[in-house]
Design a protein around this ligand. Structure first.
Ligand SMILES: C[C@H](O)[C@H](O)[C@H]1CNC2=NC(N)=NC(=O)C2=N1
Length: 102
């Protein structure tokens, strides 16, 4: 079944379990600071692998030691859905092993 856009209330509930993540302009977002550029790229590569597994893809931007992630669901016209939340939760699981600083 096609994912449905989450309501404001559903988004607020999801965000309460995802510290550091926000929703801005219909995008679920978070930035991570790492120990340097290569650790930031390593986290990006790990996120990319998770995205392939889930078949759901965020915009990933590396700026020196920062990785910024922004995601929504293209197939529903760029709204936040459960698929975005699922991806964010998976990223939260893998990020600590990369030594994220914030
Ligand atoms: C054909 C393929 O399944 C789709 O294009 C997938 C790929 N990754 C995706 N990623 C995101 N963020 N939204 C989508 O709707 C989406 N759709």
């Amino acid at each position: 079944m096609a994912p449905q856009p989450l309501t404001e209330l559903e988004i607020a509930e999801c965000l309460s379990g995802l510290p550091g993540w926000t929703v801005r302009d219909d995008r679920l977002e978070r930035g991570y600071t790492l120990a340097g550029h290569l650790p930031a790229v390593a986290l990006l590569t790990h996120v990319a692998a998770v995205q392939e597994e889930l078949n759901h893809h965020a915009e990933l931007t590396v700026t020196y030691n920062r990785l910024h992630i922004a995601v929504n669901t293209h197939s529903v016209g760029g709204r936040v859905t459960e698929l975005d939340v699922q991806l964010a939760r998976r990223i939260e699981e893998i990020a600590p092993a990369h030594g994220v600083r914030s």
